[in-house]
Design a protein around this ligand. Structure first.
Ligand code: IMP
Length: 183
C-alpha cells in the first residue's frame, strides 16, 4: 500500500514540503550569521527531530558538530504529561560549548522546559533552541530563538513526527485524524 494515498487517518497538509524547505534555508542563514566565530553543537532530540536536523545542518555554513539525546515522556499517545526521562544521553561534554537544541515540535513546552533545565546545568557557553513547529498555545515557558512555523493545536505527523512510530517519513506535515492508538 502506498504511504499516503489510501490512508484515511491523514488529514490536510499543515506545512508543505516546499514551505519547510524555504523556511529551513532561512533559519540556516540566520544561524550561520548569528554563530560566526562560535560554531554550534547541534543537539537533536530523538526521534522526531532527526529529519529536520539533517536538513537544517546542511544549510548552516559553519563547522557544526552533532549530538543526540532521546527522551521519553509519560502520558497518552497524543499528549505529554511533562514527566520526562532521558533514554539516551549526549556523548559530548557541554561545558563551554555553544549549544543549539533542535526540536521537532513544542506543544505544552513541558518537554523543552525539562531539557533546557537539564542542559543548562552542564554549563554550556550558550544555549538556544531551534524548533521547526510551535503549537499555538499560551506564551511558551521557554524563549525560542528560532521557530519554523506556528501551527494550530491539532496533532500532526510527518517530517520526523510520528503517531505510534508511523508517518515519520512523510515529506510534509499533515494533520492526524485517526484514533489515539494504532493497531
Ligand atoms: P510538549 O512537552 O507538550 O511540548 O510535547 C513535546 C513532544 O511531544 C514533542 O517533542 C513530540 O515528541 C510530542 N508531540 C507533541 N505534539 C505532537 C504532534 O502534534 N505530533 C507528534 N508529536 C507531538
Amino acid at each position: 500500500m502506498a504511504l499516503t494515498t489510501d490512508d484515511p487517518y491523514l488529514g490536510p497538509v499543515v506545512v508543505s514540503e516546499e514551505d519547510i524547505r524555504d523556511r529551513t534555508r532561512e533559519l540556516g542563514a540566520r544561524i550561520t550569521a548569528d554563530y560566526q566565530g562560535r560554531p554550534p553543537l547541534l543537539v537533536g532530540v530523538l526521534k522526531g527531530a532527526f529529519v529536520f536536523m539533517s536538513d537544517l545542518a546542511r544549510v548552516i555554513d559553519l563547522p557544526v558538530e552533532f549530538d543526540f539525546m532521546a527522551v521519553a515522556s509519560y502520558g497518552s499517545s497524543t499528549r505529554t504529561s511533562g514527566v520526562v526521562r532521558i533514554v539516551k544521553d549526549l556523548d559530548s561534554d557541554l561545558a563551554g560549548r555553544h549549544v543549539l537544541l533542535v526540536e521537532d515540535i513544542v506543544d505544552s513546552g513541558l518537554t523543552l522546559a525539562f531539557l533546557l533545565r537539564n542542559l543548562a546545568a552542564r554549563h554550556p557557553a550558550s544555549l538556544a533552541v531551534c524548533a521547526l513547529l510551535v503549537k499555538d498555545v499560551e506564551p511558551s515557558v521557554a524563549e525560542l530563538a528560532y521557530v519554523g512555523f506556528r501551527i494550530p493545536r491539532d496533532f500532526v505527523v510527518g517530517y520526523g513526527l510520528d503517531m505510534a512510530e508511523r508517518y515519520r517519513n512523510l515529506t510534509c506535515v499533515r494533520r492526524y485524524e485517526g484514533p489515539e492508538s494504532l493497531a
